[in-house]
Design a protein around this ligand. Structure first.
Ligand SMILES: [Zn+2]
Length: 113
């Protein structure tokens, strides 16, 4: 399961941060996930609870913030938000788009004690 390895790397990151920033426990993690990242939020939540057991993030709440994908529209000459790869431009309905973002997966911030 892809999500489980993602969770594992998040937990690794949190443990590292705990050592550096000297906190004992993470109570909340906010994750930003681009809508083209191919991550299933439910699976991620579940995987996080399992992976977090016995770590600094044990019992931490995981919040997921969905980010729209970004694409450059050659017709509008600007960046637009899209929801799926291959979508048409929401402004001009044109199809000349180049996807420029949407597969992000990053920790936005943490609440720690
Ligand atoms: Zn357009």
């Amino acid at each position: 399961m892809h999500e489980l390895s993602i969770c594992q790397s998040i937990i690794d990151l949190l443990s590292e941060q705990a050592a550096i920033a000297k906190f004992d426990r993470v109570v909340r993690v906010r994750l930003e996930i681009g809508c083209l990242a191919g991550v299933e939020p439910q699976a991620l939540m579940f995987g996080f609870d399992v992976s977090a057991r016995g770590t600094v993030a044990d019992g931490a709440a995981l919040e997921i913030i969905d980010l729209p994908a970004k694409a450059w529209c050659f017709d509008c000459d600007r960046t637009v938000d899209i929801e799926t790869r291959g979508a048409d431009c929401p402004l001009c309905s044109g199809g000349r788009l180049r996807v420029t973002g949407g597969d992000e997966l990053r920790v936005k911030d943490l609440e720690v004690v």
